[in-house]
Design a protein. Structure first.
Length: 258
């Protein structure tokens, strides 16, 4: 389960699950490049994780929706790390918009980050992992890709697309020993708190968000460091070497126990 010497890129590293993943990987001994749009918080998270060690952490700016930006940042990381063993890719955005009046602008904004960003980061990671003999790509899907989240229709649709993409890429890149899985989390993060605050009580009780009241294991949403971190270590490690193309709920039972 240890990640000593593993060379890893983490997107969306400035907060939430990306930040927790950076801390957990550094604690497991990995050499990490943390990347985000939010440079101030991204650099702060990376510096704190590097200080705690024993792994190393560097920070780089990236816009995952922009091919040139992803290519440049990943190339710089790989040059410095000497290769790439794993990509953890939580970077995404969430937006309230219902099916009746979602606009093309809203639709394209969320698709460009969540779907195009997943395709670009995965494709470029695969290019770097192949010559290293393989690797592990960890995407982020959602229960919202399996069930409707009507108050965030575009976001919900993007997560369904991430699930399909994950299975396509896993099928194609298995021959290169590159594994591709998606975590379907339920964690208390800034994204969760903002989305929950934007939703009326009425909508929350009729929508799948009701799960927050029925989630098993005695807590509302998980803690990204305690409840997700160890799973992220498992998927970046060789212990998960025979798992690919899977959608893995890390949700306290939210998806299946309700
Ligand atoms: N929080 C939950 O319970 C939950 C549930 C289901 C799925 N998810 C998914 O889990 C993942 C992580 O979510 P979170 O709650 O930690 O989110 P978050 O909003 O707290 O953090 C997302 C990070 O991504 C970064 N980011 C956004 N756009 C970017 C871009 N274009 N390029 C680079 N970085 C960018 C943000 O700056 C931020 O630091 C997301 O894919 C989300 O859709 C979260």
């Amino acid at each position: 389960m240890e990640l000593q010497g593993k060379r890893i890129i983490v997107t969306g590293s400035a907060r939430g699950m990306g930040a927790a993943t950076v801390r957990t990987y550094a604690a497991a001994g990995a050499n990490v490049y943390a990347m985000d749009l939010n440079d101030a918080e991204g650099a702060e998270v990376a510096a704190a994780a590097a200080k705690a060690g024993p792994g190393t952490v560097e920070y780089l700016h990236v816009d995952v929706a922009d091919r040139a930006s992803v290519e440049a940042a990943f190339q710089q990381a790989v040059n410095s790390l000497g290769g790439l063993d794993a990509l953890a890719h939580p970077a995404a955005i969430h937006q309230a918009a219902n099916p009746t009046d979602v606009t093309v602008e809203q639709w394209e904004a969320v698709f460009s980050v969540n779907v195009t960003g997943t395709m670009l980061t995965n494709q470029i990671a695969h290019q770097h992992m192949k010559p290293c003999g393989g690797g592990s790509i960890i995407n982020f899907g959602s229960i919202s890709g399996q069930r409707p989240e009507p108050s965030a229709a575009a976001y919900s649709a993007t997560k369904g697309a991430v699930h399909s993409w994950t299975r396509c890429a896993a099928g194609e890149w298995g021959a290169d020993n590159v594994r591709v899985n998606a975590i379907l989390p339920a964690m208390a993060t800034p994204m969760y708190r903002q989305a929950r605050a934007e939703m009326s009580e009425e909508a929350a009780t009729i929508a799948y968000w009701r799960n927050e009241y029925t989630i098993s294991l005695g807590q509302a949403y998980g803690d990204p460091d305690e409840d997700l971190g160890p799973v992220m270590v498992f998927f970046a490690s060789d212990a998960s070497r025979f798992i690919t193309g899977q959608l893995i709920p890390v949700d306290g039972g939210q998806g299946n126990v309700r």
